[in-house]
Design a protein. Structure first.
Length: 252
């Protein structure tokens, strides 16, 4: 079995490395850590429109590149090496994988292309008071009122919610645990930026008080385990990149 990268994958890694070396020096990381937004929109546009990284794992039929976990691992490792500040993990990893695993065809057609081209940023809201990614701990409720779904509850440790155009939220409904799309600009939604340990990745608390919600699935209980596994693997690659950078610095 072959465990080495292909020539194309090596060339891809080199191109991502050049990008982060140019766009994310230590001085820029420190600058972005100190501001509320937490990322540079010009860098995001380059990342999404010129390099097409935001659609890396999204199939071509939905406007993406159609690559898999290996290529995503290459990107996340280089991002971790430079601590680049972007909403990439929240939108192109967590939200995208949640839609790919749980979304119905209409939802995928509506949302995945805008994630792929970077024109919209999304994030996933799962954790609550316990801080655990555990569907048994999710208390956010969604009730159906005629043809509307209304959501109430609080989500904690939501990555990049303050800069996202849409939220994908896990809530308890008649059919069990389901995922819903919520507009954070809705007056029944409150997004509060919190002080986190790692300022390169902003976290928020989000409150829903009867906010309009749109289900993304077909009515069956949402599967969060696959989304968690995929996201954890991506984060592991990011940490490998950061550890490698520290080792290289120590050797130098």
């Amino acid at each position: 079995m072959e465990f080495a990268f292909t020539d194309d994958q090596e060339a891809f890694r080199d191109s991502v490395k050049r990008f982060v070396d140019e766009k994310s020096p230590t001085t820029e990381v420190r600058r972005l850590m100190a501001i509320e937004k937490g990322h540079d929109e010009d860098v995001w546009n380059t990342l999404s429109q010129e390099l097409a990284l935001t659609g890396l794992i999204i199939p071509e039929e939905f406007g993406g590149a159609g690559f898999g976990a290996t290529e995503l691992g290459i990107v996340m490792e280089q991002f971790g090496r430079s601590l680049i500040c972007t909403p990439y993990f929240s939108s192109s990893v967590m939200a995208a994988s949640a839609l790919l695993i749980n979304g119905n065809r209409d939802t995928k057609n509506a949302l995945l292309p805008s994630i792929a081209d970077g024109s919209k940023k999304l994030t996933l809201c799962v954790n609550e008071q316990s801080g655990l990614w555990d569907k048994q701990k999710i208390e956010t409720k969604v009730i159906k009122n005629n043809d509307e779904y209304l959501m109430s509850g609080r989500k904690r440790f939501v990555v990049d919610a303050h800069v996202c155009d849409l939220l994908i939220v896990a809530g308890q409904s008649e059919g069990g645990l389901s995922l819903f799309v919520v507009d954070p600009t809705n007056e029944q939604v409150s997004v509060r930026l919190e002080q986190g340990i790692d300022e390169t990745r902003k976290i928020c608390t989000v409150d829903f008080n009867g906010a309009a919600a749109q289900p993304i699935g077909s009515g069956v209980e949402a599967g969060l385990e696959g989304v968690l596994d995929f996201s954890c693997v991506a984060l592991a690659h990011e940490m490998i990149g950061g550890a490698q950078k520290m080792l290289d610095s120590a050797i130098q």
